[in-house]
Ligand binder design. Structure first.
Ligand code: ADP
Ligand code: MG
Length: 694
């Protein structure tokens, strides 16, 4: 099959709809999709029938509503297309009702107390803007998932709401510029990093199996120091994996585009071509799922944890974000007329305002137990949120603020709406990789996300926060008598109010921490520091004003994230204990026993001979064994004292301050022992094997 035939071959996309739906139905559905309207039940019936026929032609027997509960992964429950008729026969059927609405018994999904058990069922509702597709022989209907009270129980619902909010406000602003855009859509291109390790090695490590990351492991002699993996030639086994991932993703209509080796050994990246954010979010979930599945077919395991290996770069996800009008105009493109320049500057300051005022929310949106090991570790952006604009754009804003002329490359910019912005060369804006939030020519790149994150969370924040800046601007400018003068004043005022968030320097440098503090920027080093900000008054006000979250929904989400943190640390601690007690300590003891036997054998053989080598090792290893034993006790003690009657925040603080630190202590002693015990006596594969045997 050619690539063109392959692409989207498992998607009920526009082309298929046009072919298979009656003209009227197609038109009505298209209108629903383009304008974000509600779907007429009669149309739903016709669409469902066509979808079923199409699916059956592809050998499909089941359908599922495909949704994204707050477990971070996608959920599905398969139903066959069968309906019994008389005489014990069945027919294949799929009704409009079954298409648009499902009622999974979802009492086991996290709800943060939103859904009491007596009304355990939530319901799923079709998101017609995201095409149905066939995965593993099942027709998947992308849906949003809510409680009966209408509260969002998933990642998608708030994302759709935030897109609405952004569109509403952006259209108001565009109207002031004489543009008659009917909708504005946020666009996203998420770059996805991941590790591949050998499946046989993986199966020997309880930590990888239960937690997705290594809890023990001494640094190998070689890591990423030489930089010889980044963009290096892709090994055949990995190449075969990538080819199959691409094929699978193309069939699903995912625009998989770029692939390369990343900085760490065994680390890789895939980037799709950007698309509208809810589709990008669905596609990124599919991408992660396909990567995991295809890896196993190649005897590999795809690790998506934020930091699978200590001392080696972790995996993130870069959320490239912009806004586009329904007429295809990128609002973060500087353009080349005075008019476009003015409009660009207004949208630019809207983002700067949003990121400054809602830095806490952006930090919250990437907060997880796993990402704490990555952020601020000189491999990923610091936990402090700031914006990189590049020197040229920064100087332009400075000149505007100070009322001086900016002259460069034969251009000059003095007054917004009168003068043109100079072209901002992309490579100028893209060099600083230490910034969490960088302008890269015609979009912003948010780089703080951990690899396994749903991109929904941060896009909900971005869309809503920018909607709020735009709302304030529209309120002000709609009243203005002289639009251009008012626009100029507003932009200048915004630059001076929010320029503290702009930082073009090295985000990894310790001096930045001090500087950021002086500027009054937030530094929330751990998820536990960040998460409670979700329900700060100003944030509740933001989300409720734009109808993205109710206060109840926000509180529920905060609760779920904190509970998740507590559970993850709990599972990690139990796993570490089990490995230390049942694998590491016995191995160390076996070897010290052997050494002691040898030492006394040497002495017995000839007392004048030296057993110093054995004795030296014995000294160090028996010290390690004692330390491991002590620290097992300490960790057990810490785990035992978690007070589960406290609220989620108190428990999370406890896990971070007591359990996590006890785990780190245990690890240090075990990792030292690993460097002394022969490989054939060490109970599980080492970093060297995991990272260099693919
Ligand atoms: P880099 O590795 O230099 O950051 P890549 O080319 O790997 O760059 O990734 C850039 C990502 O940004 C791609 O997914 C691309 O489709 C996406 N992108 C480009 N333009 C936009 C836009 N207007 N809106 C959102 N994403 C975009
Ligand atoms: Mg990038």
């Amino acid at each position: 099959m050619s690539m063109e035939e392959l692409f989207g071959s498992l998607v009920f996309n526009d082309q298929v709809m046009r072919q298979r739906l009656p003209k009227d139905t197609y038109k009505a559905l298209k209108k629903t999709i383009d304008e974000g309207r509600h779907l007429d039940p009669e149309i739903a019936g016709v669409v469902a029938h066509a979808m079923k026929e199409w699916a059956i032609d592809h050998g499909v027997t089941h359908y599922t509503h495909w949704f994204q509960p707050m477990t971070g992964i996608t959920a599905e429950k398969h139903d066959a297309f069968i309906t019994p008729v008389e005489n014990g026969r069945v027919i294949e059927s799929f009704s409009g009702n079954e298409l648009v609405r499902g009622e999974p018994d979802a009492s086991s999904f996290p709800s943060g107390g939103l859904r009491s058990t007596f009304e355990a069922r939530g319901y799923t509702a079709w998101d017609p803007t995201s095409y149905a597709f066939i995965k593993d022989g099942v027709l998947c209907i992308p849906t949003a998932y809510c409680s009966y009270g209408g509260e969002a129980l998933d990642a998608k619902t708030p994302l759709l709401r935030s897109m609405e909010a952004l569109s509403r406000q952006a259209v108001r602003v565009l109207k002031l510029f004489g543009r008659d855009a009917r909708r504005v859509l946020p666009t996203v291109g998420p770059e996805q990093e991941y590790f591949l390790v050998d499946e046989k090695l993986y199966r020997q490590r309880m930590d990888l199996i239960f937690t997705g990351r290594t809890l023990f492991g001494a640094k190998p002699p070689k890591g990423q120091e030489l930089g010889d993996h980044y963009f290096g030639a892709i090994r055949p086994r990995v190449q075969a994996f990538m080819r199959e991932v691409n094929d699978e993703l193309w069939k699903l209509g995912v625009l998989a585009k770029t692939e390369h080796n990343e900085a760490a050994p065994a680390q890789h990246e895939m980037a799709p071509i950007y698309t509208v954010s809810n589709i990008a979010a669905d596609h990124n979930q599919l991408t992660m799922e396909v990567m995991k599945k295809v890896a196993e077919r190649h005897g590999l395991i795809c690790l998506l944890a934020e930091k699978p290996f200590a001392g080696v770069n972790g995996s993130g996800k870069h959320n490239n974000w912009s806004m586009v009008t329904d007429t295809g105009y990128n609002l973060l493109d500087p353009g080349d007329s005075p008019y476009e320049s003015a409009q660009f500057l207004l949208f630019l300051v809207a983002v700067i305002h949003a990121v400054d005022v809602y830095q806490d929310l952006l930090r919250v949106s990437v907060a997880s137990a796993g990402n704490d090991h990555r952020l601020g570790g000189n491999e990923a952006p610091p936990a402090i949120i700031s914006i990189f604009l590049g020197d040229e754009l920064t100087q332009i804003l400075q000149a505007l603020e100070q009322g001086t002329a900016y002259v460069d490359h034969g251009h000059q910019l003095m007054t917004v709406g009168v003068h043109v912005l100079p072209r901002i060369p992309r490579d100028n804006t893209d060099r600083n990789r230490t910034s969490p939030f960088a302008f890269t020519g015609n979009k912003f790149e948010f780089r703080s996300l951990g690899a396994p994150a749903s991109i929904s969370d941060c896009n909900v924040v971005l869309n809503t926060a920018v909607a709020e800046s735009l709302r304030l601007y529209a309120d002000e400018l709609e009243q203005a008598e002289d639009f251009h003068a008012a626009l100029h004043d507003l932009i200048v005022r915004e630059i001076s109010a929010h320029k503290r968030i702009i930082f073009n320097g090295n985000g990894y440098s310790p001096t930045w921490v001090a500087e950021a503090e002086k500027r009054g920027l937030l530094n929330l080093p751990t998820a536990v520091d960040a998460l409670p900000h979700l329900t700060d008054e100003k944030n509740v006000a933001l989300f409720t004003r734009h109808r993205v979250f109710t206060e109840t929904e926000l509180r529920a989400r905060c609760e779920i994230k904190l509970e998740n943190y507590v559970k993850i640390i709990g599972i990690e601690a139990e796993t570490a204990l089990s490995m230390a007690r049942r694998e590491i300590l016995p191995a160390v003891m076996r070897y010290t026993g052997e050494l002691a036997g040898q030492a006394s054998a040497v002495k017995r053989y000839a007392p004048e001979l030296s057993a110093v080598a054995q004795e030296r090792l014995l000294t160090r290893l028996t010290q390690d064994a004692a330390a491991i034993s002590d620290r097992i006790e300490a960790l057990e003690e810490a785990v035992r004292h978690l007070n589960t009657s406290q609220d989620a925040l108190a428990q999370a603080v406890y896990q971070r301050d007591h359990v996590l630190t006890a785990m780190e202590g245990l690890r240090a002693a075990a990792d030292d022992a690993e460097t002394l015990v022969p490989r054939d006596m060490w109970p599980f594969p080492t970093y060297a094997e995991l990272l260099f045997q693919v």
